[in-house]
Design a protein around this ligand. Structure first.
Ligand SMILES: C[S@@+](CC[C@H](N)C(=O)[O-])C[C@H]1O[C@@H](n2cnc3c(N)ncnc32)[C@H](O)[C@@H]1O
Length: 303
């Protein structure tokens, strides 16, 4: 069975059972336009579908897992422990792009990973593989496994402290590679993915959540925020999909309950525990909503 390879903010492992009871029993094509770490995708193991995310480095990672699993594993095996000395044979062993001192191997790899947003050309195939390997390495060794970018698109999570971090994950990479063979990978805004949906297709949407209170911060996955206009746009798209006969299930924070109900979706609140918060605090129960348009007599995913 395939499993997620990356830890990702907003991961849905704890919500899986609650989601399954609102998913359809059967569908044609599977679409997940905000795939992130793919907890639902890997659990469902669809053999036909589209996964998408606006994070280019994440989608490059899945492409490399699918196309080049063994080179990716080999490259990951060659990384050193995060606290080791920087590799003197590679760039950024003394300072990063901003001239800040590099004090260990982790920060050198982070600077290497961050070359993409500061560069002005397409990456070569080798660089794409290298970037995917670095994403996995940093995801497994950074503080709290949190993928976080600054406003210029630079990954800026600090080093984490783990007893025995596994940044190779070869079993998971191989299983995911097989699963991804039948799947189309896209790196677009969610709306463009949803344009082609047909009757009987199933769309699971897990966007960045609306903050629980006006003062709460959005969890920042990427340099571009997902703001209130995007939330409204998603709801409009979801209504169009419903009219086209697609099954639509969405998760979000409980504050949007009324808006989803007014849009015609059946809404249930769940007290799921968030795996990661941006500041590492308040890991308690939070209200999440699951909205579905799947008729009660057609629900019951058996995965
Ligand atoms: C809540 S996370 C998804 C988490 C995922 N369900 C998991 O299990 O890990 C939301 C994702 O939406 C992506 N995203 C943000 N804005 C987007 C947009 N306009 N279109 C597509 N994806 C977007 C983010 O990069 C992030 O990976």
């Amino acid at each position: 069975m395939a499993k997620p390879i990356l830890k990702w903010a907003g991961g849905k492992r704890q919500l899986l059972d609650a989601l399954y009871t609102r998913f359809p029993e059967e569908w044609n094509r599977y679409y997940e336009p905000f795939v992130g770490g793919g907890a639902v995708f890997f659990a469902l193991e669809p053999d036909d579908g589209v996964i998408n995310d606006s994070n280019a480095r994440l989608m490059n990672f899945y492409e490399q897992v699918r196309e080049n699993p063994e080179p990716l594993i080999d490259r990951c095996k060659s990384f050193r422990p995060p606290e080791a000395e920087p590799d003197p044979g590679r760039p950024f062993h003394e300072t990063d792009q901003n001239g800040r001192d590099i004090d260990c191997y982790y920060y050198q790899q982070r600077a290497l990973f961050n070359r993409r947003p500061y560069g002005d050309r397409e990456l070569t195939d080798d660089e794409r593989l290298e970037e995917a390997a670095l994403l996995l390495y940093l995801n497994r060794t950074c503080y709290n496994g949190l993928y976080r970018e600054n406003q210029s698109g630079g990954f800026n999570a600090p080093i984490g402290r783990y007893d025995d971090p596994d940044w190779v994950r070869e079993g998971r990479v191989r299983a995911a590679s097989e699963l991804l063979e039948g799947i189309e990978l896209r790196n677009e805004d969610f709306e463009s993915v949803l344009e082609e949906i047909e009757t009987g297709d199933f769309v699971y949407c897990d966007p960045p959540y609306e903050p629980m209170s006006p003062t709460a911060q959005f969890t920042q996955y990427a340099a571009d925020d997902f703001d209130r206009d995007d939330q409204a746009r998603l709801l409009e798209v979801a209504q169009q999909l419903d009219q086209r006969g697609a099954f639509v299930v969405m998760s979000n924070s409980g504050v949007l309950r009324d808006r989803y109900e007014e849009a015609g979706f059946e809404v249930k609140l769940e007290g799921a525990r968030r795996a990661i918060n941006s500041d590492g605090s308040s890991r308690g129960e939070v209200n999440e909503l699951i909205a579905t348009n799947v008729p009660a007599d057609r629900r019951g995913c058996q995965r």
